[in-house]
Design a protein around this ligand. Sequence first.
Ligand code: NDP
Length: 482
Amino acid sequence: MAKFEYAPAPESRAIVDLKPSYGLFINGEFTDSEGGSAFKSISPSTEEVLAEVTAASEADVDRAVVAARRAFNGAWGRMSGADRGKYLFRIARILQERAREFAVLESLDNGKPIRESRDVDVPLAAAHFFYHAGWADKLDFASLGSNPRPHGVVGQVIPWNFPLLMLSWKIAPALATGNTVVLKPAETTPLTALLFAEVLQQADLPPGVVNIVTGAGATGQAIVDHPGVDKLAFTGSTGVGKMIARSIAGTRKKATLELGGKAANIIFDDAPIDQAVEGIVNGIFFNQGHVCCAGSRLLVQESIADEVDRRLKRRLSTLRVGDPLDKNTDVGAINSRAQLERITELTAAGEAEGATRWEAECELPSKGFWFRPTVFTGVSQTHRIAQEEIFGPVLSVLTFRTPHEAVAKANNTPYGLSAGVWTEKGSRILWMADQLKAGVVWANTFNKFDPTSPFGGYKESGYGREGGRHGLAAYVTTGDTK
Ligand code: NDP
């Protein structure tokens, strides 16, 4: 099917006012590092340098934890829930007011299409603050247990796939429950977190309640190891999650870990095929497949496999890959050279192990990091592309004959974050949801997020939930105060 030619529709980047360099946000102010170094944040779609950012040292992390402790013992700790809620409402409203600025900056720094940063990331980030603002003065009625109280200082480390959204998943519940925060954004996507620090200043949040320290893995490790941190919240790879679990074993630190996934998107022969094809596309090509709950394994019932294959490839041939700031773009840039290399290596392994590779035809820009939407058929369960998280726009297709076989194959993974089921039969949806070992099961849809709905994994996808009432539980301790 031919692609229509569209005139370019670029979103202007003039709304973003980037500084040449950024310090660390500690105790309500941007400050220079003590003994840290600097690194550059680049645009993955053009490789241009966007800004120079500070790599926080252990001494900087210590200053941030001290500031967070002071705020916890001071004004923030004494504040009523209703007053904390007012700050959260204020932050949410400022995020809405500055939504376009955030969306453009997110697309520049991360490479995701402006359509997604504008319509998904930024509105959902604001929604998380609105939702948690409502809880701040109602914690006694949230069935969390008796006398819910904050842990104290929370250390938070987030990945690069949804920089602002993951920040809001972390900061909103922490503040609603009365904790203070030291957060590290990912090395390749620090800029919206630094813009968010400006929002905190605009909202007049008391100094030290939220501290943002940029840097790489070593800065994250310094937060994890700091004895002044009471609770950790991490989203990222299973490998680093395991390291964190090991480092805090034997300490009194609490942790929630949101790790990888290898979700099955399961299409039964009674599913509406065109809708299912849209769900498959949304499941794995949304955000270039850089999604922990991505539907990266398609399980399709054998009797409709050829039909789904034909319609899916036709649909993928219409996707527009390119400039993230163009409003026509469906698939943007891969976030970093390192991630592109990882996707390239895993897809080469897919071919070497005998699966059949298909790529959508499209021209890729000459600069930046790009990967064509790719589908592997003839995949067997032992292939690396069926077992490992690729975290890119790559779909592995397997088939099944019976619901029991679908369940067995879907659960045959070390992960257990999410799954999708496409069928006309409500009873089958309920039966499948019961059998699938996944924290979230979507029925006749995929990748739907809502702050009221808890999200989290089984097995090597981590533990703890984020969002909803269950997400609040991770940020409080309950029972007697003695
Ligand atoms: P990481 O798990 O390394 O990164 C997540 C966050 O942890 C980043 O802020 C990172 O900092 C930080 N970090 C790294 N090392 C440590 C440490 N020792 N202690 C504390 N924090 C640390 O993921 P990658 O970016 O390396 O991605 C690798 C793979 O992980 C991807 O290919 C993908 O498969 C998977 N992944 C899964 C995600 C998910 O949501 N499930 C999200 C991101 C990645 P820095 O960015 O500076 O390295």
